[in-house]
Design a protein around this ligand. Sequence first.
Ligand code: F0G
Length: 462
Amino acid sequence: MKTIIEPFRIKTVEPIRMTTLEERQALLAEVGWNLFGLHSDDVMIDLLTDSGTSAMSAEQWAAVMRGDESYAGSPSFYRFEAAVRKLMPFRHIIPTHQGRAAEAILFSIVGGAGKLIPSNTHFDTTRGNIEATGATAIDLVIAEANDPDNLHPFKGNVDLARLETLLERQGAAVPIVMLTVTNNAGGGQPVSLANIRAVAEIAHRHGKPLVIDACRFAENAYFIKCRERGQGSRSVTDIVRDMFAVADGMTMSAKKDAFANIGGWLATNDDVLAAAARNRLILTEGFPTYGGLAGRDLDAIAVGLGEIVDEQYLRYRLRTNEYIGERLFALGVPIVRPVGGHAVFVDARRFLPHIPPLQYPGQALAIALYEFGGIRSCEIGTVMFGRKPDGTEAEAPMDLVRLAMPRRVYTQSHADYLIEVFEELLVARAALRGLRISWQPERLRHFTARFAPLAQGAPRGQ
Ligand code: F0G
């Protein structure tokens, strides 16, 4: 059969409120053309993020009822711990309320002024948590990753030569080596098993632990199964175990590849690090058998981890984004290829060549998707990265719009509708305008900045 069907039936539904073009135009003006300001019930298809937005299964909801809310020693924790350990056999598994809490705890211990922390590409919360301790986050992804048309199968791979050089020259300043799977900030691109092993080998040879930021580990493992020589006949579970067998620890957001709406964890084989992390956890998150989560959340994660490695699910999951990517590419919409695991990234700078980077083509495209079709997406470009710590403004390396697909939430007709909205945008694109920022905070401006559309062809600042 040609069609890969959604491998689930729908038992509970949430209505989508249909909005009109005029309504959406008024709402955009109200929120200062910042999509984070919208009420989500004014959004028809919400592709802002795949984080915490998954549909839970009947089994997960059943597990929610089983959740035990004891302060200490809840059976929910032990079910959670066993489910994690089945895939990631670390000695210490420390629950946190989400991924960034695990990062904050980890870097409060291993970070600090003068430290250097390499990865393929740090996600923004990871970078933020590293920098908050005075350490420096270093991205060492392969050069192919920066070319949206390069079809390298593992564009999340680390440039091993650069990692080796860093460790040879400045190894004393490096407390840990990190690796993000899949590489979200680089387009949801996977890392090969060979590269994971090579990174671990280099790190260990220099006496450094490898810590994996594992948010989308199952999608990464399925890419390995599909694309890496010798892996095609292996089970995803075995590949996942191999990915973590060479690592010394991990941070995780259960809001991604655990099908949970909240949750995360920090894991390590290092007893000293684990003791320090638990001390910190008690101050900031909670007792080590719940770590900022309800018992019912831990049970939902435990069941979700069993479901996420289902290969029928993963085949459907990766195919959904690939399908959208293929259709957009065929229409002539420039996208980052190959398509990543959790999202399609549209190259807004090439889609809207008449809008210069400092007039935010990514924001202009994201706004047009909402205005024309009620679709919410996320700018990943000059709005997000353009403001430097000294307050000056520079264009980001790329102006992308991320269409992140929540897990098990939308069907193929939602995808077809999205493609139709792009068809309309292709016709209308010459008339789309750039924006200027009318108000912005000092940091993380993309969440709260307010914009104003520019008159056509207007210079910046008008
Ligand atoms: N690491 C990666 C690779 C992520 O994508 C995220 C979150 C985190 C860490 C932090 O996890 O949100 O649970 O604190 N990414 C979301 C996104 C927010 O939309 O890509 P968290």
